[in-house]
Design a protein around this ligand. Structure first.
Ligand SMILES: [Zn+2]
Length: 412
C-alpha cells in the first residue's frame, strides 16, 4: 500500500513537469518504498558493497569477458487464463527473444546508431554475452499445477509471492510477473535485484511482449515492442536512469553516458535534446522514449551490468534449463587444453554442425582466428601453430547458440 501512495505522488510530480504523456517507470518509487524496510535495505547495501568491490577488481577485464552467461527465465501471468496457455507461452518467448537481441546487441534497429552516432562522438554501443532461456526442467513444486516437466516455466493464474514482490519458490530464476498495476505505470524492478531472494520484475499487462498479444494482455502503443522489459532488466542489473536522480550534478555512475537532468519522451531526432550542455542519449534503453525509438546500451552500461551479473551469476539455477542450445555446451569436447599447435573440437550435437562459427579471441578481445564448423564432420581441427603462447577465448556460435571456453596455448 505504501508503494501505491509513493507512486501516486511521484506520478503527480511528474505530471506537473509536463511528462504525463510519456513512459513512467516505477523503479525509483519502488526503491524508495523498499528502502524503508530495514531487512531489504541491509541486503541491498551488502550487494552494492560486493558490486563496488567487483567493479574495482574487474574494471579492466569485464569488457573482454567472452563467457556466455545463461539466465533461466520464468514468466508469471497472474491474471491470465489457462485456456490461453499456448498464446501466453508464445508471448513469453517473444519477450525473451526481444531481451536476447537487445542485451546481445543483435536487435535490428541498432543499425540506426550508424547515423545517430555522429551526434555522439566517443560513445560506443555495448553488448553482453548473455542468453535468456525459459526454464523447462525441475519446476518448483506447489506453484502452478499445470506446469509440465519439459515444458516452459510459464505460470498462469498463480498467486505469485502472495501479492509480494518476491517468491521463495521461484528463487534462482529471472522472474517476470505480469499483473494489473496503477494506471500510468508500465513496470518496475528492484535496482540491483537478487535472484536468490526470488526477486522479480513486475510488468503491467499491456507492456509485456510485442505483437498482437493475448486476451487481456495486448501490448499498447507506443510501448508495444517489449522495450519496457529491457529497461526494467537494466535496473535489475544495477543500471540507473541516464539522468540518475535528476539535476546536472546527479550521476548514473556510468562514464560514457552524457550527464543530463531528466527523461525525454516520444521519438526525438538523434542529438536534438540538450541538457546540462550535453546532447541527451535519448535512444538509450534507460531513457523514456517510445519503444520504437530506443535501441542501445553504451559500452559503459554493458560493463556495469556485466559486473553486476558477476555478483549474482551464481544465484541463477541453471539446472532448470534443458533446451538444446544449453545442453549443446555439455556435449562437445575441446582438447587438448593446454594445446600446442592444434585444438580439436568434437561434437555430437546438431547445433554445432551446420556451419557453426569458430572464433579465437586474444585477451584484448581481438579475433585471431575465424573458422567454420564443417557440417560433414563430427570434429574440427583448428590450427593454432601460428599463435603465441598464452590464454585465448574460443567462441563457438550458430544461429541459436553461442558458447565460449578458455583455451591455453603452451609449448614445451
Ligand atoms: Zn526505469
Amino acid at each position: 500500500m505504501n508503494f501505491k501512495i509513493t507512486f501516486l505522488l511521484a506520478f503527480l510530480f511528474i505530471g506537473f513537469n509536463g511528462y504525463a504523456q510519456q513512459r513512467t517507470c516505477g523503479t525509483d518509487a519502488f526503491m524508495q518504498e523498499q528502502m524503508n524496510n530495514p531487512e531489504f535495505r541491509a541486503q541491498y547495501e551488502a550487494r552494492q558493497a560486493k558490486f563496488e568491490e567487483k567493479l574495482k577488481q574487474n574494471k579492466k577485464t569485464t569488457s573482454n569477458r567472452r563467457m556466455t552467461i545463461y539466465i533461466p527465465v520464468a514468466v508469471h501471468f497472474v491474471e491470465g487464463n489457462e485456456a490461453d496457455r499456448a498464446c501466453l507461452e508464445a508471448m513469453a518467448q517473444n519477450q525473451v527473444d526481444v531481451l536476447n537481441n537487445d542485451f546481445r546487441g543483435t536487435n535490428e534497429d541498432l543499425s540506426q546508431w550508424n547515423d545517430a552516432s555522429t551526434s555522439y562522438p566517443g560513445i560506443n554501443t555495448g553488448a553482453l554475452d548473455i542468453q535468456f532461456i525459459i526454464a523447462t526442467q525441475n519446476h518448483p513444486a506447489n506453484t502452478d499445477p499445470d506446469l509440465i516437466e519439459g515444458e516452459k516455466a510459464v505460470t498462469i493464474g498463480y498467486n505469485w509471492g502472495n501479492g509480494m514482490d518476491h517468491d521463495a519458490n521461484w528463487s534462482g530464476y529471472m522472474n517476470f510477473v505480469i499483473r494489473t498495476l496503477e494506471p500510468g505505470i508500465l513496470g518496475y524492478s528492484p535496482l540491483g535485484g537478487s535472484p536468490a531472494a526470488g526477486a522479480t520484475i513486475v510488468m503491467a499487462k499491456s507492456f509485456f511482449g510485442s505483437g498482437d498479444g493475448c486476451t487481456g494482455h495486448v501490448p499498447q502503443a507506443p510501448y508495444d515492442l517489449g522495450r519496457t522489459v529491457t529497461h526494467e532488466l537494466g535496473h535489475f542489473f544495477n543500471l540507473d536512469h541516464t539522468w540518475g536522480d535528476g539535476g546536472c550534478g546527479s550521476d548514473d555512475y556510468v562514464e560514457d553516458t552524457p550527464n543530463i537532468t531528466g527523461p525525454t519522451g516520444g521519438c526525438p531526432t538523434a542529438g536534438s535534446v540538450t541538457m546540462c550542455g550535453n546532447k541527451s542519449l535519448t535512444m538509450n534503453f534507460m531513457d523514456y522514449v517510445n519503444d520504437a525509438c530506443m535501441y542501445m546500451l553504451t559500452e559503459g552500461q554493458a560493463d556495469r551490468a556485466l559486473t553486476y551479473l558477476g555478483v549474482i551469476e551464481d544465484e541463477y539455477n541453471t539446472n532448470v534449463l534443458s533446451v538444446e542450445e544449453f545442453e549443446a555446451e555439455k556435449v562437445f569436447a575441446i582438447f587438448p587444453n593446454p594445446a600446442d599447435n592444434e585444438i580439436m573440437i568434437q561434437s555430437t550435437s546438431n547445433v554445432l554442425k551446420n556451419g557453426a562459427s569458430i572464433q579465437l579471441f586474444d585477451m584484448l578481445g581481438r579475433i585471431v582466428k575465424d573458422d567454420k564448423f564443417d557440417s560433414s564432420l563430427e570434429q574440427e581441427k583448428v590450427d593454432v601453430s601460428n599463435l603465441n603462447e598464452g590464454v585465448y577465448l574460443l567462441k563457438i556460435a550458430s544461429e541459436n547458440f553461442s558458447t565460449t571456453k578458455k583455451i591455453v596455448i603452451k609449448r614445451n
